[in-house]
Design a binder for this molecule. Structure first.
Ligand code: GAL
Length: 304
C-alpha cells in the first residue's frame, strides 16, 4: 500500500472508499467510503489485518430502498432529470441500543453545494444494503463536511461544517443515532474548517481538520479538549503545508496506536485535469509529543 496511490482490494480492483471511515465489528474492520462510479454512492470493504481488503457491497446506490423517518420528508436519491445527487464523507457507527448500523453523510443535490444537508441510512448488517432515510438541515443549519464520533459512554456525536463552512458544529445524537438532540458546541467561528476527524486518547479529545480549499490540500490543524462539549483549544498545525498532499478523512485507533487516514483527491499532486477516480489514500501513524500534541511524518508506505 503505497501512500498517495489508489489501493487495490484483494482481487486487484481499485478500492473506492473515499472520504471514509473504518469501524471494527466482530473479527473484521469495515471500511466505508464514497464510490462515485455508476449508480453507487457508498461502498464497503472488510479486512482482518487492515491491509488485505475484500470488497463487500455497494451499500448505498441510486436504487437503495427508502423509508421515511418521522422528522424527514425528503427521500430523493436521484434528481428529477435522473442525474445522481452527491453523497460525501459517509461515516457509519454501530448502535448497541438498536442493533443497527447507522450511516451519516453529507448530501448535496448533484448540481451545486447549496443544499448543505446531512443524510441518514441504516442497516441490520455492517455490509448489507442500507435503507435510506432522507436528508435534512440539522436545526435548519447548513451542514457540509462531516464526521461521526462515538464516545466511550456510547453517546455519539455528528460534527459538521456550518454557515458556509465558517463554523464547526458539534451535535449530540439521540440514543438511536437517528437524529440530532442537541447542538452542544460551535467551534472556531470564521475559521472555515472542513474535513473533521475526531479521536480520543489519554483523557483528551482531538479534532483534526483542514482549511477550506475545495479538492486542493492545505495545512491540516488539530485542536483538543477534555470534553467534547467543553472548551476546545485554538487550532495548531500538524503535518506539512499540504498535510502531505492529503485532507483528513478519519483517525483510526488500533491497539493503542492511532492512524491518520487522508484523501489525496484527484491523484498525483501535479496531475491535470482533476480526476476524482484517481483519488488515493494517505495513511500515516499519528505521533505524539510529550505534551500530547499530535503530528505526522511522511512515509512512502501506508501504516508506517
Ligand atoms: C472539499 C471537501 C470534499 C468535497 C470537495 C468538493 O473541500 O472536503 O469533501 O466536498 O470540497 O469541492
Amino acid at each position: 500500500m503505497k501512500n498517495g496511490s489508489v489501493f487495490a482490494d484483494i482481487n486487484g480492483a481499485p478500492l473506492h472508499a473515499h472520504g471514509g471511515y473504518i469501524i471494527r465489528y466482530g473479527e473484521y474492520w469495515y471500511w466505508y467510503g464514497e464510490d462515485r462510479r455508476e449508480n453507487y454512492y457508498v461502498s464497503c470493504y472488510r479486512s482482518v489485518d487492515l491491509k488485505n481488503w475484500e470488497f463487500r457491497n455497494h451499500i448505498l446506490t441510486t436504487d437503495s430502498v427508502k423509508r421515511p423517518y418521522r422528522v424527514r420528508t425528503e427521500l430523493r436519491l436521484c434528481r428529477d432529470d435522473g442525474h445522481k445527487v452527491n453523497i460525501e464523507r459517509p461515516k457509519v457507527l454501530y448502535c448497541e441500543k438498536t442493533n443497527k448500523f447507522v450511516m451519516w453523510a453529507h448530501y448535496e443535490n448533484g448540481r451545486d453545494y447549496h443544499d448543505a444537508a446531512c443524510c441518514v441510512a441504516t442497516c441490520d448488517a455492517p455490509d448489507g444494503d442500507f435503507v435510506y432515510h432522507g436528508h435534512f438541515n440539522p436545526y435548519g443549519y447548513m451542514s457540509r463536511d462531516c464526521t461521526l464520533f462515538r464516545d466511550n459512554d456510547g453517546v455519539a456525536y455528528f460534527i459538521s461544517s456550518s454557515r458556509d463552512n465558517a463554523d464547526m458544529h458539534v451535535y449530540r445524537l439521540t440514543d438511536d443515532y437517528m437524529n440530532v438532540d442537541g447542538l452542544v458546541n460551535v467551534l472556531w467561528q470564521g475559521e472555515f474548517r472542513e474535513a473533521p476527524a475526531v479521536f480520543y486518547r489519554d483523557g483528551r479529545y482531538y479534532m483534526l481538520s483542514s482549511f477550506c480549499t475545495g479538492w486542493r490540500p492545505n495545512q491540516g490543524c488539530y485542536a483538543s479538549a477534555d470534553k467534547i462539549d467543553g472548551r476546545w483549544s485554538m487550532l495548531s498545525p500538524f503535518g506539512d503545508s499540504t498535510t502531505y498532499h492529503s485532507q483528513p478523512a478519519f483517525v483510526l485507533p488500533v491497539d493503542g496506536e492511532y492512524y491518520y487516514f487522508g484523501d489525496r483527491w484527484g491523484g498525483h499532486p501535479m496531475s491535470h485535469p482533476f480526476d476524482y477516480s484517481k483519488s488515493g489514500y494517505v495513511i500515516l501513524k499519528m505521533r505524539f509529543r510529550g505534551d500530547g500534541s499530535p503530528y505526522i511524518e511522511w512515509n512512502n508506505e501506508a501504516f508506517m
